[in-house]
Ligand binder design. Structure first.
Ligand code: AMP
Ligand code: MG
Length: 179
């Protein structure tokens, strides 16, 4: 019997327009296949863990926590997502690289992706200028300011991280440009 995989991971750097792409995908699946897809936000799962432990009050504080704590919460969030994906089709909204005080934390390390076993990793990309603009315009979040050239490097590193997930799990990797 061939294995069935229920999870598509959608990733892209902050401000790339991931949420819009996900909402469109959910509508398309509903229209074309009459199927519902559960969208799970990895950050929300982590925030649930971290806020229960009294570590943070806002989701943008999580990447400032000691890395050991972030990794611990990340593992718990990954396991919670894997459990939910046993029953239904899932899109996971997450990051491949999180900018922490100690450099980039890998969002999808081996133990997380082996638990989730995604079918596909979708990497959403956009023009660095547009991303910088969108971050400035979002009053709901405490986004880190980033220069256009660092945004470009960050996006390149995300490609490498997405390919690593494919290498570890056999997932396919798809790049989508958000225009
Ligand atoms: P978001 O709302 O998608 O920007 O996620 C909020 C926060 O959740 C991020 O700033 C990270 O601190 C954390 N987060 C999201 N996905 C991951 C992940 N895969 N690994 C570690 N931290 C994550
Ligand atoms: Mg988002």
């Amino acid at each position: 019997m061939s294995e069935s995989r229920n999870v598509v991971i959608v990733t892209g750097i902050p401000g790339v327009g991931k949420t819009t792409v996900i909402n469109t995908a959910v509508e398309m699946v509903k229209e074309n296949h009459d199927e519902d897809v559960l969208v799970l936000n990895f950050g929300t799962e982590m925030f649930e863990v971290a806020s229960k432990k009294g570590q943070v009050e806002h989701r943008d504080e999580m990447r400032k926590l000691p890395t050991a704590i972030q990794r611990e919460n990340q593992k718990l969030a990954g396991e919670a997502i894997a459990e939910k994906a046993k029953k239904t089709r899932v899109i996971v909204d997450t990051h491949t690289l999180i900018q922490t005080n100690n450099g980039y934390l890998i969002g999808l390390p081996e133990w997380v992706v082996r638990a989730i076993m995604p079918k596909t990793v979708v990497l959403v990309e956009a023009d660095p200028e547009k991303i910088a603009q969108r971050r400035q315009d979002d009053p709901t979040r405490a986004r880190d300011a980033q220069m256009v050239d660092t945004i470009e490097t960050h996006q390149q590193m995300c490609r490498a991280a997405a390919v690593s997930v494919g290498t570890l799990t056999g997932a396919t990797v798809r790049i989508i440009k958000n225009r």
